[in-house]
Design a protein around this ligand. Structure first.
Ligand SMILES: [Zn+2]
Length: 590
């Protein structure tokens, strides 16, 4: 399941995206403090709690790991310990809640997520359930008839296995509508299909050249087939409708509500261009941001002006509590199933005389310069790297960059890592940002990836335990909407290397590289303390300790006592941020 969202969905595409991925749309500042605004020194414990939770199974993510009660005052944890210890802080106004042995743990940190674009996608035709090309067409038809008034038909979440045998092209999409333009995004966000009307509006012809790299696929007659990949997507994005700030903020707020319902209290927004960061900023400004967010700002081909812009943006968008923009996102490569990931050795399915292996979006030297310049300006670098070639280039670039300021760089996805590079994560203090929900045998892995990597490399995909054993610090993220936003599903897959749910014939595939399974405590730490570390907020979040923020989640089952294959059956009952309820199950009396 190599899934990476990297293009913005249509509505979130920056206006004037003529420059598309090629442009640095955002910027930052010189004297960047890496500490987010919420990471201020803890106050002294209060004498009278606002809330005391008793009789709980509290997993603290600290030492000692298990406690039974906690007290909250002014949004902070004033006591964690026994019932007696916590109840010492009770006063006349204190609310006391008996948790009846429910599990409470630190709120989850999703360290790689696309909530703004995901929120916008919720407004579009969703294709994630499609199993075949006919399913795709039926879903598009249904959406079209339910949404007769708009002009564009925008769809997202197309699973590539659904069209592996019967490819999509503009003529097939014309069957849905020849009059209304149609754009369909692949689930991984790295490709899109357009109908003839959309190709016409985007002015894509057999003679069109992309200025940002990428591929305009041609059919057997030499005409555009309708499929655009990677940087070529910018050609379509420039003609797509753009949502107003009000609509973008509303869509983002909806996505954050969903995240809260899964126990997520902090996140790293993994690709924040202007449209994305302004939606977060709008919510923060109006005190409506129910999430602690570090945004990884968009970078493209960097020029002196672009560096100035990204610096200015980091300063501008880090003013309010709960939002910091001191991370910068670099896409080092694409995805394996599209042959756009950078591999050290050739793809297995290509003839020897045409064995493309290197598909870095930037040359290793360009990458080094970008990383160095961004690090010099105080940015944490968040690098998308799927193939072992991209991972190596990313590590080489980070090794050459200054990190005197404890910038805490991270590399996300890590589908294939050369064994020789595993130890470099710890040596260079680079966090391995794992998308654990991808590590099971689904059609992406079996049908699309295995033939391209061959047996030896397939036995090493998603080497999360090898990274752990080699001393790497782990963080974890969903990459939603590429994969589930529910951390408990990802945790189950991390420990089982199997799908969190049975397939439609009621079975589960064997584990994918079982030796790479993590312990539950490892992936739980990645979702709590690991995420707090990459967001520079470990003094305030990530564990339940006195003086830290009361960011926590209560589950209906104790995942540490469940069989591994049932972890995802646990449900979130309550999510608190700074002691305030941001999600509550309707059946919970709290
Ligand atoms: Zn992503």
């Amino acid at each position: 399941m190599p899934k990476i969202t990297f293009q913005l969905p249509p509505q979130m595409a920056p206006s004037g995206l003529k420059l598309g991925l090629c442009l640095a749309l955002l910027g930052a500042n010189n004297n960047i403090s890496q500490q987010p605004a919420w990471a201020k020194p803890a106050r002294n414990a209060a004498v009278q709690a606002d809330l005391i939770i008793t009789n709980a199974k509290i997993y603290t993510s600290a030492q000692p790991p298990w406690q039974s009660a906690l007290a909250i005052h002014n949004g902070q944890i004033a006591q964690v310990g026994s019932n007696e210890e916590a109840l010492k802080l009770a006063g006349p106004a204190t609310k006391i809640f008996d948790a009846k042995a429910k599990l409470i743990m630190a709120g989850f940190h999703d360290s790689h997520v696309h909530l703004a674009e995901g929120g916008a996608e919720l407004l579009q035709c969703r294709l994630n359930s499609a199993k075949s090309r006919d399913d795709v067409l039926a879903l598009l038809q249904k959406w079209k008839s339910e949404n007769p008034s708009g002009r564009w038909i925008l769809a997202a979440g197309l699973p590539l296995p659904a069209i592996a045998r019967e490819p999509l092209d503009c003529h097939i999409l014309d069957q849905v509508s020849a009059e209304r333009p149609i754009l369909v995004y692949a689930e991984d966000g790295h490709s899109a299909w357009l109908n003839s009307k959309a190709l016409q509006l985007a002015k894509v012809t057999s003679k069109t050249k992309t200025t940002c790299g990428g591929i305009i696929e041609l059919d057997s007659t030499g005409e555009p087939s309708g499929c655009l990949r990677e940087g070529a997507l910018a050609l379509a994005q420039k003609v797509l409708p753009v949502l107003s700030l009000k609509d973008r903020s509303a869509a983002l707020a909806k996505a954050i509500n969903l995240a809260n319902s899964f126990g997520i209290t902090s996140a790293q927004e993994a690709h924040a261009n202007n449209e994305v960061i302004t939606a977060y900023y709008d919510l923060a400004k109006h005190n409506r941001l129910n999430l602690k967010v570090v945004a990884a700002l968009h970078t493209g081909t960097m020029t002196p002006v672009a560096y100035k812009q990204i610096e200015a943006a980091a300063e501008k968008y880090s003013k309010y509590s709960r939002l910091s923009a001191h991370s910068a996102k670099i896409f080092a490569d694409g995805v394996i199933e599209s042959h756009t990931a950078a591999l050290l050795e050739p793809y297995s399915d290509q003839a020897k005389n045409n064995n493309k292996k290197q598909s870095l979006n930037f040359s290793p030297d360009e990458l080094k310069v970008m990383v160095k310049e961004l690090a010099k300006r105080g940015f944490q670098i968040h690098i998308h790297a799927i193939g072992d070639g991209a991972v190596r280039a990313a590590l080489d670039a980070l090794e050459a960059a200054p990190d005197g300021g404890d910038l805490r760089h991270q590399i996300a996805h890590l589908q294939l890592v050369a064994p020789a590079d595993l130890k470099r994560f710890a040596a260079l203090n680079v966090t391995a940002n794992c998308q654990a929900a991808w590590a099971y045998q689904d059609p992406y892995i079996k049908d699309l990836t295995a033939p391209l990597l061959g047996r030896e490399r397939m036995a090493r995909v998603y080497p999360f335990n090898s990274l752990k054993q080699a001393g790497a610090r782990l963080a974890a993220g969903s990459d939603w909407t590429v994969s589930t936003l529910n951390p408990l599903e990802a945790m189950q897959t991390a420990v089982t290397r199997q799908a969190p749910k049975q397939n439609n014939v009621g079975t589960t595939e064997p584990p994918l590289n079982a030796a790479e399974a993590l312990e539950l405590s490892d992936i739980a730490q990645a979702y709590t303390t690991g995420g707090a570390y990459v967001n520079h907020s470990e003094k305030q979040t990530g564990s339940l300790e006195v003086g830290k923020c009361a960011d926590l989640v209560m589950l209906d089952k104790n995942i540490f006592e469940l069989p591994k294959s049932e972890i995802a059956s646990a449900k979130v009952l309550l999510t608190l941020i700074d002691g305030k309820t941001v999600y509550k199950d309707s059946n919970l009396s709290f």
